[in-house]
Design a protein around this ligand. Structure first.
Ligand code: GDP
Length: 300
């Protein structure tokens, strides 16, 4: 069993009892524990470095040194910096789904196979229909896996939205264009476009999704990342972000036992807001992202 960040910090605080204030020396010790705990929580190394630098800068100033309860003060700083890095300082507008366009607003979902794209497409449709009272059309462009298109059709129905049937003999772009024409003709508010995923990032896949992105000019291009994948999710997010200029991230499978390190790494590496998190396999298992809650989870 790994030690959580909180456990590590409280252990150092305990050994500091009797020392009235935090010195440079014991701050260093604390930071070492923070570093180990973050690495154990599967936070990517560059992110850990940046975070430690930020915490150190804050900890070395008056806020902690000289504070009557330096341990508590340091924990506060760690929590605050974690929250900031995963989007705590973003405005509400930046965190929200951007649908402000001439309808239909297009949401393009991209990511590796198995990340939860199709499930998230269904969940997003449900959220938009039930909570935002939108008229929603979904379409799959995964011509390689007709089963994925069937799966999307089923969950779209559960969501109370409509699905545009995929003609697998056409190219993904042609399918998406047909769906868009349909969405315009029948006054849909939102078109959700699900794309094919591969087991690893490859050029053909990137070209295909980039072509969809460039042609459709979506309001939202979201990378769907599996929180359980850790570093692999981070590398994939980075690769997609370079080609697609993502507008946000959906982090799935947070109901698993991952400690949320991926959230930190993906948000930091892409610089894009995590907009939603997947918390179950069910159609209503999608929640708006809460940076404070995630920081607490990483602290453990
Ligand atoms: P895709 O290949 O990216 O379209 O992935 P799918 O949407 O088919 O999802 C792959 C698997 O992950 C399925 O078994 C989903 O039920 C599951 N899944 C997706 N999102 C979540 C989530 O937030 N929590 C859990 N527990 N499972 C999820």
């Amino acid at each position: 069993m790994l030690n959580t960040l909180s456990q590590r910090l409280s252990r150092v605080i305990k050994t500091m009892r009797g020392q009235a204030r935090l010195t440079e020396e014991n701050t260093k010790e604390m930071l070492r524990e923070v570093r180990i705990a973050l690495l154990e929580a599967d936070v990517a190394l560059p992110v850990v470095r940046e975070l430690i630098a930020r915490i150190k800068a804050k900890a070395m100033n008056e806020e902690v040194i000289g504070n009557l309860n330096p341990g508590q003060a340091l924990v506060g700083i760690v929590q605050k910096e974690l929250t900031n890095i995963i989007g705590g300082s973003l405005s509400e507008k930046e965190k929200e789904l951007n649908l402000a366009t001439q309808p239909p607003a297009i949401i393009l979902l991209a990511g590796l196979q198995g990340a939860g794209k199709t499930t998230s497409a269904g969940k997003l449709a449900r959220y938009l229909v039930a909570d935002r009272k939108k008229k929603v059309l979904t379409v799959s462009t995964d011509v390689y896996r007709p089963a994925a298109a069937d799966q999307l059709k089923v969950i779209t129905e559960q969501a109370g939205a409509d699905n545009f049937p995929m003609d697998a003999s056409l190219k993904p772009l042609a399918i998406a264009r047909d769906a868009l024409a349909h969405a315009k003709r029948y006054f849909y508010d939102v078109l959700i476009v699900d794309t094919a995923g591969r087991l690893s990032i490859d050029e053909a896949m990137m070209n295909e999704v980039a072509e969809l992105h460039d042609d459709l000019k979506p309001s939202e291009t979201m990378f769907v990342a599996d929180a359980m994948l850790g570093q692999t999710a981070v590398q994939a997010a980075q690769a997609f972000n370079e080609r697609l200029s993502l507008t946000g991230v959906i982090l799935t499978k947070l109901d698993g036992d991952s400690r949320g390190g991926a959230a930190l790494s993906v948000a930091y590496t892409t610089g894009k807001p995590i907009k939603f998190v997947g918390v179950s396999e069910k159609i209503d298992g999608l929640e708006p992202f809460n940076p404070e809650g995630m920081a607490s989870r990483i602290l453990g």
